[in-house]
Design a protein around this ligand. Structure first.
Ligand SMILES: [Zn+2]
Length: 249
């Protein structure tokens, strides 16, 4: 992988000395499977802090923004970020789905869509491994609520294309639903999020109800469940011809 053994015996990745925790996480999750992980330096122009590129599977590129100004990964979040991106490769190996945009103008939303579906699965596993904390999930929820209030106040649409606007916004809801209901199981924070989100986007309520119901019926934590969930939700928004659900198999 990306690890280099240096003369002092310490294992480093992109210049950072890796803890035993990350090393053993790597050995446990990905070393035994037929996936070769390679680092890829990301520039600020990508607008990304990190990413995982599975298009050349079984070679998986873990993109890390290490030198950018705006989106550089904070040092304190480095290992957590690497573990997160490794997990995207593991999910792909396990047969979890991603999406392919069939419409060229939607290609840029692929990453957001994949994250909103896969990240709750990853974060749940990372909480169990000690990389993510429940506290982090609560802070993130708060940040989302503040961001929503801000864009609502300023009337800035988060998505340029009207046809997928409701879909992309609803995925933010889906993401937090899975995190709050299933990962940290915090009914209080979930209720607050639900209320505030629906207050900002009253026209979405009918879709949000459908999303909650679909998740409760299908689930999300196995490849099969996630494939069904993605297909069902694309269908709710009538986007079956715009995105295709894909898996490695
Ligand atoms: Zn992710």
């Amino acid at each position: 992988m990306i690890f280099n053994n240096e003369f002092d015996g310490k294992i480093t990745l992109a210049g950072y000395t890796i803890s035993e925790k990350l090393t053993s996480f790597y050995e446990k999750t990905i070393k035994h499977i037929n996936v070769k992980v390679e680092p890829l330096e990301l520039a600020d122009t990508t607008g990304l802090r990190a990413g995982c590129d599975i298009d050349n599977y079984p070679i998986v590129k873990i993109g890390l923004n290490l030198n950018g100004e705006k989106y550089r990964i904070k040092e304190s979040l480095f290992e957590q970020t690497v573990a997160h991106e490794i997990m995207h490769a593991v999910l792909w190996y396990e047969g979890f789905p991603e999406v392919k945009a069939l419409n060229d103008q939607y290609v840029r939303y692929r990453g957001i869509i994949i994250s909103d579906f896969q990240d709750p699965v990853i974060n749940k596993r990372l909480v169990a491994e000690g990389f993510n904390s429940e506290e982090k999930i609560r802070i993130e929820t708060n940040d989302t609520l503040e961001g929503l209030a801000e864009s609502h106040k300023n009337q800035i649409p988060l998505v340029k294309f009207p046809k997928i606007q409701k879909f992309i916004l609803s995925l933010i809801y889906l993401y937090h639903y899975l995190e709050l209901k299933y990962t940290i199981e915090d009914e209080g924070v979930w209720k607050l999020f639900k209320q505030r989100f629906r207050y900002v986007y009253p026209k979405l309520c009918i879709f949000l109800d459908a999303i909650e119901e679909t998740i409760n019926t299908i689930g999300y934590e196995t490849p099969e469940k996630m494939i069904n969930l993605m297909k069902k939700i694309l269908n709710i928004f009538r986007l079956d011809d715009d995105f295709k659900v894909i898996t490695r198999c």
